[in-house]
Design a protein around this ligand. Structure first.
Ligand SMILES: [Mg+2]
Length: 299
């Protein structure tokens, strides 16, 4: 059942200040690390062989392939609840109800963080057939971003620094909603900190290679060899034990429960909470409880 975003009612237009949605990345937006070999190692290797190579075109091609595979659920790098939220974010952004989205991550790879922003923007463009390609994700902070002063700290001070650095107006703390699977200092500093369950569903490299196979046509002949080398080392990583992750997609019950919670948090923040959503949560929980008692849902 689709979860509605509620846009009826009045937003606080008389005191309209910039309003932002923020995300932690790892285990919150999804599990993006399997893209690492293709976003960091492949470009580095390719540039070492051919400094003239168009890396941006490589990123665009990877973006398109991954969007297709995520929509078809052949990969599950992005959490299903986030994909649902992105549909609403696009609407909120294009109706000027939010100023943008940012990622504040402690991941040390700038490539993964910026690609995640690019992937989410691309997902929204694709879903809405928007050829104007608006940049809705305004910035992505990684562990060593130049504006960060304290190692790994996620606080209002650090987030304000990021806004200042990117030339954006610093928002009022109540006008930020932040999703994170962990608790940071920020959770005590803003009223809308959404602590979510960690997303521990891992897409193995083999699946990603299958999706990116067509890159070979695009890359051939200039970096065919480099691509196969990266694939070979990526395959090896799948043999490494990842005991805390499940190499499978999130089951439907869990995904639906997750979506209801995320959308409810968003609606509550927008000040337009609808009791109908509360009913949906109760219904989803009841359905889950029934499945557990029948032994369908094993977790
Ligand atoms: Mg996290």
């Amino acid at each position: 059942m689709p979860i509605p975003i509620i846009l009826k009612g009045k937003l606080e237009t008389n005191c309209r200040m910039s309003r932002w949605i923020g995300f932690d990345m790892d285990e919150c937006m999804g599990s993006l690390m399997p893209l690492y070999p293709f976003l960091t190692e492949l470009p580095r290797l390719v540039l070492s062989v051919n400094p003239e190579f168009d890396i941006n075109q490589l990123y665009i091609t990877i973006q398109q392939r991954i969007i297709e595979s995520e929509i078809a659920e052949r990969t599950w790098l992005l959490r299903p609840a986030l994909r649902t939220l992105l549909d609403h974010i696009y609407l909120l952004y294009t109706t000027k109800n939010i100023d943008g989205v940012f990622v504040f991550s402690n991941n040390s790879s700038p490539e993964i963080v910026s690609f995640t922003c690019f992937l989410c923007d691309g997902y929204m463009w694709h879903r809405n057939k928007d050829n104007t390609k608006p940049q809705i994700f305004k910035f992505g902070a990684y562990l060593h971003s130049p504006f960060r002063q304290n190692y790994g700290e996620k606080s209002l001070r650090e987030i304000n620094n990021a806004f200042k650095y990117t030339g954006l107006e610093i928002p009022d703390p109540k006008n930020i909603i932040f999703f994170d699977d962990q608790i940071h200092i920020l959770s005590y500093e803003i009223p809308n900190y959404v602590h979510v369950k960690p997303y521990l569903h891992y897409t193995n490299h083999g699946r990603i290679i299958t999706e990116l196979k067509s890159l070979i046509e695009f890359l051939t002949p200039s970096i065919y060899r480099e691509f196969t080398l990266i694939c070979a080392s990526a395959y090896l990583r799948d043999t490494m034990a990842r005991t805390s992750y499940k190499i499978e997609k999130q089951n439907m019950t869990e995904a639906e429960d997750d979506k209801v919670k995320w959308i409810t948090a968003l609606n509550t923040w927008l000040g337009l909470y609808n009791p109908k959503i509360g009913y949906d949560i109760a219904a989803a929980r009841t359905k889950k409880a029934r499945q557990v008692s029948r032994g369908i849902h094993t977790r």
